[in-house]
Write a protein that binds this ligand. Structure first.
Ligand SMILES: [Zn+2]
Ligand SMILES: [Zn+2]
Length: 296
C-alpha cells in the first residue's frame, strides 16, 4: 500500500501561527512566526518540549480533518473513475460484457477555516536565537531555545507593567501584578532546580528558595540584600500569599513573617505600584544571582 500525502497548510495571522501546548496541565495558547517554526519547540509557559505537529490548536485540528476528508474523497473518486474507465476500454470489443461508466465529477470543496487566531498581548523576539513569538501574559521560556536569561525576567516585567497601565481596574491589575511577579520568580527557580535531584520546595516563598539553593548549589540568592530589600521581598511574597489564600486580609501568619507590620493585623492588605516597582528590582537581583551573576 502506498502512502498518500496531502499537503494542507493552516492559515496564519500576519505570519504568526497559533499553537497550543499539548501538556494536559497547561494547554495554553501562544503564537510562533512561520519563519521561526522548528520541528521541536518548547511551550513558552510550562517549558515542555513537543514536536510542531503536536501543537495544533483544536480549531486547526478541525480544519485539517475537514480539508483532509475533502481531498481524500476527491482522490478516491478520481481513482475509481480511472479504474472503471480502464475496464470500459478493456471490454469495449467484447459482446458478452457490456460496461457503461459514467464518471463521477466530484469536485472537492475548498474548506475555509471557520476560526481566526486569537489576539495575544506581547510580541517577542528571543535575543539568544532570534525566535519570534507571541504570548498571553507572562511566560518562562523561549519556544526556540528555552534559554534562561535576565531578558526573560525583564520581558515579563514589561508585560506586567503594560497590564497595569492598560487596566481599567487598577486594584485588580495590581493584585495580578504581585502574583505574576512571584510566578516569574517561581518559573526561574523551577528551571534552575531542574537538574537538582533533591525535591524542590515551594518557590512561592523566597526564603524557602534561598534555603534550597544554598544547600544544593551553595548560592545565596539574597546575598548583599539590605534590611530594606529583605523587607520589600517579604512584603511582595506575603502580600501575594494573603491575596491568594486569605481574601486579602492580613492574618497572624503574615505578621509572623513580617512583624514590622504587626499594627496591620486584620486589615486589608495594601498594594502599590511603587512597592511593586521596588519588588521588581529586588527580586531581579535574586534572579540574577541565581542565573549565574548575569546582572546585565
Ligand atoms: Zn505548556
Ligand atoms: Zn531563543
Amino acid at each position: 500500500m502506498s502512502l498518500i500525502e496531502f499537503k494542507i497548510s493552516v492559515p496564519t495571522d500576519n505570519g504568526y501561527l497559533g499553537r497550543e501546548c499539548n501538556s494536559p496541565s497547561c494547554k495554553k495558547y501562544f503564537k510562533v512566526h512561520s519563519g521561526s517554526i522548528k520541528s521541536e519547540m518548547h511551550c513558552p509557559y510550562c517549558g515542555m518540549e513537543f514536536s510542531n505537529n503536536e501543537l495544533h490548536t483544536q480549531d486547526q485540528v478541525g480544519f485539517l480533518e475537514e480539508s483532509g476528508k475533502e481531498l481524500a474523497t476527491a482522490y478516491a473518486h478520481a481513482e475509481i473513475n480511472k479504474m472503471l474507465g480502464n475496464f470500459a476500454k478493456q471490454f469495449s470489443g467484447n459482446k458478452f460484457i457490456k460496461m457503461t461508466h459514467t464518471p463521477s465529477n466530484f469536485q472537492p470543496e475548498e474548506v475555509k477555516p471557520q476560526y481566526s487566531e486569537h489576539k495575544v498581548d506581547s510580541e517577542l523576539s528571543c535575543p539568544e536565537c532570534g525566535f519570534l513569538f507571541q504570548v498571553f501574559g507572562i511566560f518562562g521560556y523561549c519556544p526556540g531555545c528555552s534559554s534562561e536569561n535576565m531578558l526573560i525576567y525583564d520581558a515579563n516585567i514589561s508585560i506586567i507593567r503594560k497590564e497595569i497601565t492598560d487596566a481599567s481596574d487598577k486594584a485588580r491589575a495590581l493584585r495580578h501584578a504581585y502574583a505574576d511577579l512571584v510566578t516569574t520568580f517561581e518559573n526561574f527557580c523551577t528551571k534552575k532546580a531542574a537538574d537538582i535531584p533533591a525535591k524542590s520546595p515551594s518557590f512561592q516563598d523566597i526564603f524557602e528558595a534561598r534555603r534550597f539553593f544554598k544547600v544544593s548549589k551553595s548560592i545565596d540568592i539574597l546575598e548583599g540584600f539590605s534590611i530594606a530589600d529583605n523587607l520589600c521581598a517579604r512584603r511582595i511574597f506575603q502580600k501575594r500569599h494573603v491575596q491568594q489564600h486569605a481574601a486579602g486580609i492580613i492574618n497572624e501568619k503574615y505578621i509572623r513573617k513580617i512583624p514590622e507590620d504587626a499594627n496591620l493585623l486584620g486589615m486589608n492588605v495594601e498594594l502599590s505600584e511603587s512597592e511593586f516597582e521596588d519588588g521588581c528590582l529586588v527580586i531581579r537581583r535574586a534572579v540574577g544571582i541565581l542565573a549565574g551573576g548575569r546582572l546585565n
